[in-house]
Design a binder for this molecule. Structure first.
Ligand SMILES: Nc1ncnc2c1ncn2[C@@H]1O[C@H](COP(=O)(O)OP(=O)(O)OP(=O)(O)O)[C@@H](O)[C@H]1O
Ligand SMILES: [Mg+2]
Length: 348
């Protein structure tokens, strides 16, 4: 694989919990993840695996009773590194929007119903010193035009309820891009939209990413979207990343049994959906019932009794499929630790 870009974001052993009356939900439980400058990383995994909580943790937007309980989130700025876990409030606010921006799944919920689109986007520009009040209007109209909104002068004076879902999502993207972030986090940005609008928004995101060179963390449960958009993929299961690698490797030669199961559960890309699909067996365990050992072991088709149910797998370099040599990304599965151990024994 080619050498990777310098990192823009490095997440290490991140833990985010919700302390509820019935117990503690470990929504994010030891996430390790790196995004390079200008890279598009797709984060995939079933519902409830902690994708959104992980993404919100990066901006420290976790509502009570949620709390980041450990780890680090290092954001690389031009001349400094900001740890989003420990950064004081003013530093955090200066980074949000300006360096890292987020697009949420439900645009209507993340916009104020009381203010026009123009005022909301303009306010963020002024707040971050990107425009004076007088300039804001022109910048807003330019941004709305840039994301493909027709008649942007008129739309700038409208309220969110006057717009379609697709148009609102475009406006959200305009707002996120307004300060030229180095990293855009897009959490299921198209799931609420119809297929045609979905394709348009993804095209727009890709075009903007190429033009600006920003890095994108794209959260999606749709492997087709990941295939189309991402340079690399991270697969999450029960609050941790179980496999990473280039998009090609992860989709064509998945190493983790969970990734393999996920791929069997969706139509093969380009197959026209005629093959037999197999859902991932079993269910995601309830939020309080985290299995011991490998969290995926109760559902795993490659389960090794006496090992996977008692030993938590570490993260090891993920081998490329034969005949290729070398590794690409990481995998957390005891089967690969065996490979490493055997190699170690053979070498000694
Ligand atoms: N505010 C909250 N209070 C309590 N538990 C929460 C809260 N937000 C999330 N969780 C729990 O954290 C876990 C991870 O949720 P999260 O929303 O991150 O999953 P997800 O991977 O984004 O799922 P989806 O694909 O459905 O969006 C779930 O068990 C969820 O119930
Ligand atoms: Mg989510």
């Amino acid at each position: 694989m080619s050498t990777r870009a310098a990192p823009i974001l490095e997440i290490e052993d991140l833990h985010t919990c919700f302390e509820l009356d019935d117990g503690t939900v470990r929504a994010v439980s030891g996430v390790d993840l790196t995004i390079g400058r200008g890279e598009v990383l797709a984060v995939v995994g079933e519902s409830g695996c902690g994708k959104s909580v992980m993404a919100r943790s990066v901006l420290r937007l976790i509502d009570k009773p949620g709390r980041i309980t450990g780890g680090s989130i290092r954001l690389h700025d031009a001349d400094r590194v900001v740890d989003m876990v420990t950064a004081p409030g003013p530093e955090l606010r200066s980074v949000r929007g300006r360096k890292v921006a987020m697009v949420f799944q439900e645009p209507i919920a993340s916009m104020s119903p009381m203010h026009t689109l123009g005022n909301q986007i303009g306010e963020s520009l002024v707040l971050h010193g990107r425009a004076t009040k007088a300039e804001a209007r022109t910048r807003v109209v330019d941004l709305l035009r840039r994301v493909g909104i027709a008649a942007p002068e008129r739309r700038a004076d409208e309220y969110p309820f006057q717009m379609s879902g697709g148009m609102l999502q475009r406006a959200m993207i305009a707002m996120a891009l307004s300060c030229g972030p180095d990293l855009l986090i897009a959490d299921e940005p198209t799931t609420a939209l119809d297929v045609t609008t979905q394709a348009q928004i993804l095209d727009l995101l890709r075009e903007l990413q190429r033009d600006t060179g920003m890095a994108v963390m794209l959260i999606t449960h749709d492997l087709g979207v990941a295939a189309q958009m991402a340079d690399r993929i991270a697969v999450m299961y029960l609050g941790s990343v179980v496999e990473t690698g280039t998009t090609d490797t992860v989709l064509r030669s998945p190493r983790h049994p969970y990734t393999r199961a996920l791929l069997r559960s969706v139509p093969k890309l380009g197959s026209g959906g005629r093959e037999r699909l197999r859902p991932v067996r079993g269910m995601v365990p309830g939020p309080y019932a985290r299995p011991p050992g490998c969290p995926f072991h109760p559902r795993c088709e490659e389960f090794m009794a006496g090992r996977c149910d008692s030993t938590v797998p570490g993260r090891v370099p993920a081998p490329l499929p034969a005949p290729a040599a070398g590794t690409d990304g990481t995998v957390s599965c005891l089967r690969y630790e065996d490979v490493r151990d055997d190699e170690g024994k053979a070498a000694s």
